[in-house]
Ligand binder design. Sequence first.
Ligand code: FAD
Ligand code: AMP
Length: 480
Amino acid sequence: MSEKYDVVVIGSGPAGYVAAIRAAQLGLKTACIEKDTHEDGKVQLGGTCLNVGCIPSKALLDSSYKYHEAAEGLGVHGINVKGAELDIPAMQARKQKIVDQLTGGIGGLFKTNGVTSLTGTGKVLANHQVELTTPDGSVEVLDADNIIIATGSLPIEIPPAPCDHEYIVDSTGALMFEEAPKRLGVIGAGVIGLELGSVWNRCGSEVVMLEALDDFLQMMDHQIAKEAKKIFTRQGLDIRMGCRVTNAEVKNKQVEVTYTNADGEATEKFDKLIVCVGRRPQTESVLSADCGVTMDERGFIFVNDYCETEAPNIYAVGDIVRGPMLAHKGSEEGVMVAERIAGKHAQMNYDTIPNVIYTHPEIASVGKTEQELKADGIEYKAGAFPFAASGRALAANDSDGMVKMLACTETDRILGCHVVGPSAADLVQQVVIAMEFGSSAEDLQLTVFGHPTLSEAVHEAALAVDGHAIHIANRKKRPS
Ligand code: FAD
Ligand code: AMP
């Protein structure tokens, strides 16, 4: 007889493993299936995020920033570092140690919480069954009252630039370089392209980014994106907008890239090329034809606001469903689904999901952008505060960028906050909490902020919404 579970989760990325842990915490008999294995055959938990995404990229971003500071950024503090040297294999080894620690930690959390970890490829069958094909090829069928699909995403490959995984690589390959390429091309100036371009730029590569769109970071608030582009260009990233790559070929250990822009066709030669043109859901072969779960033409599984698919008791969470491809979005969906299976009335607020780009300075945002409010015809008030006027940012010699706050003219409710600047992710998180509690701009205005902190810039931006920021000249004055 096949094993019977209350919940079977397919995929152990941040959406799947979090769903499994929460389900087990709630007393449900839970198994989590993962197909990836280490060289020794042991299961490799954690998905994209822990193995080839959020965590390794942040490890390299932090290491490369420290090197860059040591080599070029400390003189202003009166600290002269002579001959700062970069040991990239050591930097990579540190990254791997962190990845191993965290992925191993999930195994420990599974044990502590009583989640059964199963190694193999999962497939959803009809009648609440899951087929598990183990690495040795044997097949087992599990009975599951509830199934949570969390199979995540993979880098998109484009026909003009097929990855050979040596000279033309995807984001995974770009996390593994053992030396900084002299000349590095990046296709796509999106979130991942900017983070990886920044890592290797700091390590000494000459970086050229080719982006098909005309508007830089078009999903971000345009004012913030414009400011960020200025900063990145000053840092040495050669960001070329309106450039669509049409061909990439490896010739004599170099990649020759052809692209078209408003002036016609051009070519560039690079030592390595990173293809960062987005990610696609990993749904092929996880669904049997008769399981009742449906997908759109791009492979995203159809779900409602509660991550319920069209088949009863089958849920889908994370990168394989609509919405931003972000680890924390998937994790919260996983928690919501586990709780609903356990009979709780959990729901998720999709309006307050923070979005971060971990460049330096960081770019972070929550809620509506100014252009979205205009398009929706919503009357709003905007306030901004530059870090150049922040005592804490100046003390840290880290004063590029600004905080921008948007609030509803009629209700004063905060509608969005957009930051480019030091610790932008943590500053925006303060506003995420405020928005979650339905705060008005006035609530933030009346909140006491410690001095001197970067958070004061959030306070000042909230004050600027009504024209009474203290430490900058206000555009509009309003008695209140
Ligand atoms: P995944 O993490 O992709 O996990 C899915 C898992 O399912 C994988 O382990 C896969 O092997 C397994 N699987 C697939 N099919 C099957 C099957 N049939 N049977 C068994 N197992 C299966 N997001 C952020 O929020 N912050 C960041 O800073 C950030 N940085 C990133 C940097 C990079 C370079 C990349 C590539 C991504 C980054 N992301 C970041 C995005 C983030 O990694 C994803 O949004 C997140 O990992 C999605 O989680 P998931 O659980 O849906 O899927
Ligand atoms: P993101 O989705 O944030 O990872 O960004 C991927 C970026 O790659 C998008 O801004 C796309 O416009 C860009 N892109 C996709 N295809 C091409 C191409 N052929 N040439 C240049 N840029 C591209």
